[in-house]
Design a protein around this ligand. Structure first.
Ligand code: SF4
Length: 227
């Protein structure tokens, strides 16, 4: 059985090693949205020269992909104002074919299953390749911050991809741990960030719509009851 604390321990050990070196290495951080970036960024910006990559064509529809990108930019402005760290962001163009070509063969999979593993790997691979091409010393993703995402799987994928891109070191992480979730929730609230209610693809979008409709129906029923 895999020790679930392992990746957080590796994360802390690497940070301690870097602090001891007195250097501030470059890190390309794959990010999925503003809220999920805020907590990990606070943990990393003192240690690394961080650049973000937003390559998330898994998000449906495109207007939602745009909204999350704007929220990310807004978060970075507020983060810089509060903490003084200027963070660069590289946004990849939206690929309209992603839902159909990458995800639709796994349409029947539940969230957290094979479709998600393919989706993680695809985006991480693209970003990792960019990191190596552009001389970054480290690469990782913020996705382990999410309660719905398996940190073990994400780190296994990162480890596998590291053999394809040996000039950039994979930074093991589990951003949920060490109060990561609490910090993320606090910053999301403090910065008043839009926080979506579904992961991204068309399949979870439909689930999100159903949740919205159910919440609306419940609210209407309450209003009627209180009249
Ligand atoms: S649920 Fe999220 S991670 Fe899974 S396939 Fe959809 S967008 Fe990708």
């Amino acid at each position: 059985m895999v020790d679930k604390r392992k990746y957080f321990k590796l994360q802390q050990e690497e940070i301690a090693k870097i602090k001891q070196s007195g250097k501030k290495p470059s890190l390309l951080l794959h990010v999925c949205c503003g809220p999920c970036t805020s907590g990990p960024l606070l943990a990393l910006a003192e240690i690394f020269e961080v650049t973000l990559t937003y390559n998330n064509s898994n998000i449906f529809p495109k207007s939602e992909w745009q909204r999350r990108l704007w929220t990310l930019e807004e978060m970075l402005k507020k983060f810089e104002r509060k903490y003084g760290h200027k963070i660069n962001l590289v946004a990849f163009a939206y690929d309209e074919t992603y839902q159909k070509e990458v995800l639709s063969p796994y349409a029947d999979e539940k969230e957290g299953g094979k479709r998600c593993h393919i989706c993680f790997e695809n985006r991480m691979k693209e970003a990792f390749a960019f990191a190596q091409e552009n001389g970054f010393e480290y690469f990782t993703t913020v996705m382990s911050i999410s309660r719905q995402k398996d940190a073990i799987k994400l780190n296994e994928i990162g480890e596998k991809l590291a053999s394809l891109f040996p000039k950039t070191k994979y930074f093991y992480s589990d951003f949920k741990k060490g109060n990561g979730q609490i910090v993320k929730d606090q910053l999301t609230k403090e910065f008043e960030l839009y926080n979506q209610n579904y992961c991204g693809c068309i399949y979870t979008y439909k689930d999100g719509q159903k949740r919205n409709e159910a919440a609306l129906a419940k609210q209407k029923a309450e209003e009627l009851k209180n009249r």
